[in-house]
Design a protein around this ligand. Structure first.
Ligand code: ZN
Length: 240
């Protein structure tokens, strides 16, 4: 009888999976997919701005833009996956550092169809509040259409002052090779708005407005949830 000590790649992979799962590690590019819906077959990337050592803008009582962007981004992913069957990638799905270059490189390598960057605005004037959405200065017609539809839904939902769909030279808009937009749904520097942005239900409703804009862009009105987010999205309360 001879016992061979054979190399088993399967065991190594299993061990690594266990190790990384234990360490809480996941590749941010791993998509979340559901069975079927109005956007089945569409591959989108959501980019919650900032994260890790970069808090983004910080509200008057310390709320970090990076955390708000993540909550809105994760809510948007849930809506797109669970209600419309889209395949959704995230540039980050937790509080972690991701460079601007990593964000656009991921999107370009994956060849996603649309790129949606989530941010919140800030001003040295604490009275300022309002909705802005952006596309690249030399944006495609699809970028402009997505930007305008999301802007309309954010404005309609939030009742905040409209500051216009704009164009800008932002990195994530300039270096993405697919239609891309960036949302600044409100000002975290405004004390009242900061208190709203602390509420996961409010974050969900912002995501819902962006989601409706995306559906309109793809010319479908299906799959808009009717349940009360307050009961459906309790899990969001456990996020940072
Ligand atoms: Zn930002």
């Amino acid at each position: 009888m001879m016992e061979h000590q054979t190399f088993r790649p399967g065991r190594v992979i299993a061990a690594l999976v266990v190790l990384f799962t234990w360490a809480g590690w996941t590749w941010p590019g791993t998509p979340e997919v559901s069975a079927s819906g109005a956007l089945t077959g569409h591959r989108l990337m959501i980019d919650p701005g900032h994260g890790g050592s970069d808090p983004g803008a910080v509200g008057p009582t310390g709320l970090r833009e990076a955390d708000v962007n993540l909550r809105v981004g994760l809510s948007l992913r849930s809506l797109l996956v669970q209600y419309s069957g889209a395949t959704v990638y995230m540039t980050r799905d937790k509080d972690m550092d991701v460079t601007l270059e990593q964000r656009t490189t991921q999107a370009n390598q994956l060849g996603v169809e649309r790129f949606i960057s989530i941010h919140h605005n800030a001003s040295s004037n604490q009275q300022v509040n309002g909705v802005e959405t952006y596309a690249y200065t030399y944006a495609s017609a699809d970028s402009l259409d997505l930007r305008d539809k999301v802007y309309g839904e954010l404005l309609n939902w939030s009742r905040l002052p409209g500051r216009g769909p704009n164009t800008a030279n932002f990195w994530v808009l300039k270096y993405t090779q697919m239609p891309a937009i960036l949302t600044e749904a409100s000002f975290i520097s405004n004390p009242y708005q900061e208190s709203r942005l602390r509420d996961p239900d409010y974050n969900f409703r912002e995501a819902l407005a962006i989601y409706k804009g995306i559906l309109a862009h793809f010319d479908t009105r299906d799959a808009v949830p009717t349940q009360d987010p307050a009961s459906t999205w309790e899990f969001l309360r456990h996020l940072p």
